[in-house]
Design a protein around this ligand. Structure first.
Ligand code: FE2
Ligand code: FE2
Length: 235
C-alpha cells in the first residue's frame, strides 16, 4: 500500500471516531441548552447536527474501509465532558459549544473548503461534499449560541480558557515535522491535507474567523493568540 493511502485510511478512520463523538456531544448539549434557554433555536439545530454526524460517521468509516483500514466503532461509546470542572452547567455548556462548534466545526469547514479546491478521487470527493454542506451549519449554531449567551449571561470568563480549548483541539503532531514519507499530492487526492497545509489552514482560520468572531461577542482572543504563538513557535 502506498504511504498516502495508508495515511489517508488512518485519517478517515480517525475522522469517523471524531464524527461519532460529535454526534454524542450534540445530543447531550441540545438537552442542556434547552434546560436553561427553552426559547433558543439552538437545541433543535443540535439535534439535527447530531443526525448529520451519525451520517458522517458512516461515510468516513466506509471510506476508511475502502482505503484499507476498516473501522470498528464502539456502539456504546460515551463522550467526555471537556469543560473545566469549576464551571457551572450553563458556563460549561458554553465552553463546550464554543470549543466544538465555533472552533472545531469552523476549522473543519475551512479544511473541507481547502480540500475541495483540489481534485480528489470521485468517491472521496462525494464524501467531502456531503460533509461540508453540513459543517457550515454546525459552525453557525455555535456562533448563534455564543451570541445569545453574550446578551443573556456573562461570556468574558471564556477568554482565559481559549488556550485550553485550542490545546484540546489540535492533534499532537500539528506543529511537529511531517512523516519522512509524506506524499502531499497523494494525500490531497484522498481527501487529506499535508501537515504544512493543515497547519496553515488551522492558523489562518483562527486569525481570520475564530478570533475575530470571539472578540465580536465579548470574548478576549488575546490569551488564545499568545498560546498559539508559543505553541507554533512563532514568537
Ligand atoms: Fe461531521
Ligand atoms: Fe459537524
Amino acid at each position: 500500500m502506498s504511504s498516502a493511502r495508508r495515511a489517508a485510511a488512518e485519517a478517515w478512520a480517525f475522522r469517523a471516531r471524531v464524527e461519532q463523538e460529535a454526534a454524542l456531544r450534540f445530543d447531550r448539549l441540545a438537552e442542556v441548552v434547552a434546560s436553561f434557554d427553552p426559547d433558543s433555536p439552538v437545541p433543535a439545530m443540535m439535534r439535527r447536527a447530531a443526525d448529520d454526524e451519525r451520517r458522517h460517521t458512516e461515510l468516513c468509516a466506509r471510506l476508511a474501509g475502502r482505503l484499507g483500514n476498516p473501522v470498528v466503532l464502539d456502539r456504546d461509546a460515551a463522550v467526555a465532558a471537556i469543560a473545566p470542572r469549576s464551571l457551572d452547567e450553563r458556563k460549561a455548556a458554553l465552553y463546550e459549544v464554543v470549543a466544538a462548534c465555533c472552533i472545531t466545526e469552523t476549522e473543519s469547514m475551512a479544511t473541507l473548503t481547502t480540500l475541495l479546491a483540489s481534485e480528489q478521487d470521485p468517491e472521496v470527493r462525494e464524501v467531502l461534499h456531503a460533509i461540508s454542506r453540513d459543517e457550515v451549519v454546525h459552525s453557525r449554531m455555535g456562533w448563534a449560541h455564543l451570541s445569545r449567551e453574550s446578551v443573556a449571561a456573562e461570556v468574558a470568563f471564556l477568554g482565559p480558557l481559549v488556550p485550553g480549548m485550542l490545546a484540546g483541539t489540535i492533534d499532537a503532531g500539528l506543529f511537529g515535522a511531517p512523516p519522512a514519507d509524506e506524499d502531499p499530492e497523494g494525500l490531497l487526492r484522498l481527501g487529506v491535507l499535508s501537515l504544512s497545509k493543515k497547519r496553515a489552514v488551522f492558523l489562518g482560520t483562527l486569525e481570520q474567523v475564530v478570533f475575530p468572531g470571539l472578540e465580536k461577542f465579548g470574548v478576549d482572543p488575546e490569551p488564545g493568540r499568545r498560546w498559539l504563538a508559543h505553541a507554533a513557535g512563532l514568537r
